[in-house]
Ligand binder design. Structure first.
Ligand code: HGY
Ligand code: MN
Ligand code: MN
Length: 420
């Protein structure tokens, strides 16, 4: 019997499912599943099938999320939401995001197998746009559910000039109906997301699971420096306006600024020179900026300093600078009641409930605007993520499954009914 069907080893079954999901990629030989891509479509169909097999009513919503609902004892009851994302970065690992969705479906499949109905519904969501790699947006799916979708982002285009609006329509979605996806606080009791830690803390503490206390705030920019292309052999150094050299100076300045403070991180993840020929002085350079910190005032101060650094560098080098802020999310504190309940479940499963902050961003940041939200972290080897070497063990996947189903069984909806 395939591991996917064995329920005596949920960890192995979940790993088999994630191996299957990793097969949906647009770049053979590596995992790249961008928002609204052909591989995203194939993964949507696969996930819909699995959700239905697990006893859920499942559908694709108009912003590209996969939604599954398992009714409680009383149909139409408010729901505990469990989710994460199924889009990936380029050349990704196979657990970032997908593990949280697979754990949600596996928990419901187990409840169904046992014929259990709880005093609340469970909704499992596979968000389509958490990574924000294809379009200059991020968290579009979770923001739509939480009521914070910004319709102006529909005009945002991917590097091929395809707008989000068109990509959604080509995917079978109706962007005009995204506004109607927002859940009410009455319908959403709480949101819990299981996710690989993407850092080394759990491994260093020999802890398979951890409970997230807060998620760092993040600011992203896309920048362009414009100088003057020229002949690499004839233009004297003193009169060049080399856009890539200017970007290089900025990259080192960004690194130095972030290194000055604990917990502050800043990254230039993408740099492109144009026209990109060996014997042409780069006339343009396109770069991205990602700045994060647990404290919003700390992050804002770093953002201001880095913007000033970019402007001063461009001015001194005679370059034209354009910077667009493509994402700005405040730090989110996880709901203390959910943190405590997750910690109790981890402890009941025999593990020390280690509490830790998340440097990585997650859909839980957006969902916290809708309802009380929290995260369960799962150890990953070497803390490696956004890298094909990303790795977890079946045993830790099994531990996460046991803790999550324990959490679900002990979840008291009365404590989370809309307090408004
Ligand atoms: O960038 C992040 O923190 C997340 O992996 N999207
Ligand atoms: Mn993720
Ligand atoms: Mn990620």
């Amino acid at each position: 019997m395939s591991a996917a069907l064995r329920n005596d080893d949920p960890g192995a079954a979940i790993m088999a499912r994630l191996d299957a999901l990793a097969g949906f990629t647009d770049e053979p030989g590596r995992v790249t599943r961008l928002f609204l891509s052909p591989s995203h479509r194939r993964s949507v169909d696969w996930l819909l099938d699995w959700m239905r097999e697990a006893g859920m009513a499942a559908f694709l919503d108009d912003v590209g999320n996969v939604r599954g609902r398992y009714e409680g004892a009383t149909p139409g009851a408010p729901a505990l939401l469990i989710g994460s994302h199924i889009d990936t970065v380029r050349d990704a690992g196979r657990y970032d995001g997908t593990l949280g969705v697979a754990l949600g479906v596996a928990v419901v499949a187990e409840l169904k197998r046992r014929g259990e109905r709880l005093p609340f519904a469970i909704e499992v969501i596979g968000f389509g746009d958490e990574e924000g790699v294809r379009f200059p947006t991020t968290l579009a799916g979770s923001r739509a559910i939480a009521g914070g979708f910004d319709p102006t982002t529909l005009a945002a285009c991917d590097p091929d000039g395809v707008s989000l609006d068109k990509a959604l329509r080509d995917f079978g979605c109706d962007p005009a109906r995204i506004g109607g996806l927002a859940m009410t606080r009455q319908a959403a009791l709480a949101y819990v997301e299981a996710h690989i830690e993407q850092g080394p803390v759990l491994e260093r503490n020999a802890a398979p699971l951890g409970v997230v206390t807060a998620i760092n705030g993040a600011t992203r920019f896309r920048g362009t420096l414009e100088g003057e292309a020229g002949h690499a052999g004839t233009v004297p150094m003193a009169i060049r306006r080399d856009a890539l050299a200017g970007a290089a100076e900025i990259i080192l300045g960004v690194e130095a600024r972030a290194a000055r403070e604990a917990d502050l991180v800043a990254t230039v993840g993408r740099i492109e020179a144009a026209p990109g020929a060996i014997n042409v002085i780069p006339g343009a350079a396109h770069f991205t900026l990602d700045i994060r910190a647990p404290d919003d005032a700390q992050r804002r101060a770093a953002v201001a300093d880095i913007e000033a650094l970019c402007a001063a560098t461009a001015k001194r080098r005679g370059l034209k600078l354009e910077m667009t802020r493509s994402h700005d999310a405040p730090a989110v504190v996880c709901d203390p009641r959910l943190v405590a309940a997750l910690a109790e479940s981890v402890a009941r499963e025999g593990h020390a409930p280690l509490r830790l902050p998340s440097g990585a961003g997650h859909d839980a940041m957006a969902m916290a605007a809708l309802c009380p939200s929290a995260m369960l972290f799962v150890r990953c080897k070497g803390g490696i993520s956004h890298n094909p070497a990303e790795s977890i063990t079946a045993a830790d996947a099994g531990a996460a499954f046991a803790a999550l189903i324990d959490f679900v069984r002990h979840f008291d909806p009365e404590r989370f009914i809309d307090e408004a």
